[in-house]
Design a protein around this ligand. Structure first.
Ligand code: SF4
Length: 289
């Protein structure tokens, strides 16, 4: 959308916002720098980066208010579960809202008067129109220009190829539990330091989140990044088993859950979080009370 705005296909935007969870792959940050330098700056479009912290560090910090990370859980009785998914708002939507309020001149907690709003473009293509939704606040009106011009994912890829941007990476956290095996393999096989980082994180979350442990509410089970509930360094990422498929369908309660090989194909963006699959059937393993 930034490119389409810069080349005049779509109207000129006032500002482009990147919500940084602090844990994107290196190539995403490099790509963002390139977009800013080669596309946005020449077109006079400012790129603003907003953040409300580092999702990785916060999950491991016992003093940080717990952002409920969607982890796979193996309970003591052998049953499988998943922690609740409610965290993209904290790291993506919240900092964007804060910045938009500032831009409008009504920083929190002042009330934004009725009728004062921005139009916010969310980059959803026709093949993922089900992800399109309202912003939930009256001072931001969501629009979906790619759907308006009837562009599919393939149209977007062809356009990026024409611009010399065929290597555009998908934005998502390095250690996102919704990666499929192909994404985990890609990290392992192309970026040893990032692989070491996610393996270390996976080991660190095994006993649950740091704050719950510190306050005496340990998880009644073990937490994992990979849906096999095996430590990432040993997880069967080279192979997709029938059991993985079956477990996934049971977890999500849907016959058309995401493919464990590719995971959630889409990147993760505010208002189109890859974690927003149907709620898992079983999420009641909970914390000790
Ligand atoms: S769903 Fe995945 S990519 Fe999106 S914010 Fe959560 S961990 Fe990051």
């Amino acid at each position: 959308m930034l490119c389409l705005s810069a080349d005049g296909t779509l109207p000129k935007i006032d500002i482009a916002v990147f919500a940084d969870t602090g844990w994107e792959p290196k190539k995403v940050y490099e790509h963002l720098d390139r977009l800013e330098r080669e596309i946005a700056a020449p077109a006079g479009i400012p790129v603003v980066r907003v953040s409300s912290g580092n999702i990785r560090n916060d999950a491991l910090d016992p003093n940080h208010r717990f952002a409920s990370m969607p982890l796979y859980i193996l309970n003591q009785d052998g049953k499988q579960g998943m922690t609740r998914r409610q965290w993209t708002g904290e790291y993506k939507i919240k900092p964007i809202k804060k910045k938009i309020r500032e831009i409008l001149g009504y920083p929190y907690p002042s009330r934004v008067p009725k009728g004062v709003f921005v139009e916010q473009w969310v980059g959803i293509s026709t093949d993922e129109f089900h992800r399109a939704k309202d912003s939930g606040v009256q001072y931001m009106h969501n629009a979906h220009p790619l759907i308006d011009i009837a562009w599919s994912r393939a149209d977007c890829i062809r356009y990026l190829e024409r611009l010399g941007l065929a290597d555009t990476p998908k934005s998502s956290c390095l250690g996102c539990p919704f990666h499929g095996n192909a994404q985990w393999r890609n990290i392992r096989d192309t970026s040893p330091s990032e692989w070491a980082d996610v393996v270390e994180f996976d080991a660190a979350i095994r006993q649950g989140n740091a704050r719950a442990n510190a306050t005496g509410n340990p998880l009644l089970g073990q937490a994992y990044l990979h849906r096999s509930r095996v430590p990432l360094s040993e997880a069967p990422i080279d192979h997709v088993t029938a059991a993985e498929w079956a477990a996934l369908r049971q977890e999500t309660g849907t016959p058309d859950a995401e493919d464990p090989e590719t995971g959630v194909v889409d990147g993760c963006s505010p208002w189109a979080c890859r974690g927003e699959l149907p709620e898992p059937v079983r999420d009641d393993f909970g914390l000790a009370v």
